[in-house]
Design a protein. Sequence first.
Length: 101
Amino acid sequence: MLGLLFSIIVILFVVISILLIYSLLMISVETKTFENGVLRMIGMSKWNCISMILIQSLTFVLPSIILGYASSIPLLMLIFNTLFKNVDVQVSLIPSVGATI
């Protein structure tokens, strides 16, 4: 039951983060429509325009992944110490390779 609850919470966080990144990119693209049109008119290729949007999306995603991973270790320690302080359980607080991927 507890595993199902954690799975639902993780799925909700993933969906919310995807919607946030999508909305940030859409707002950025919609506000820069005129600028992108001018860049295309003066000679920017289609692939350069696509790569510019991809680089911008990476600037949104990479810092959030790094900060989320760095903050997960102290938060996991706090959660496990709070929930399992009376239970003698040995749990690794560093996320595994599978969890990282």
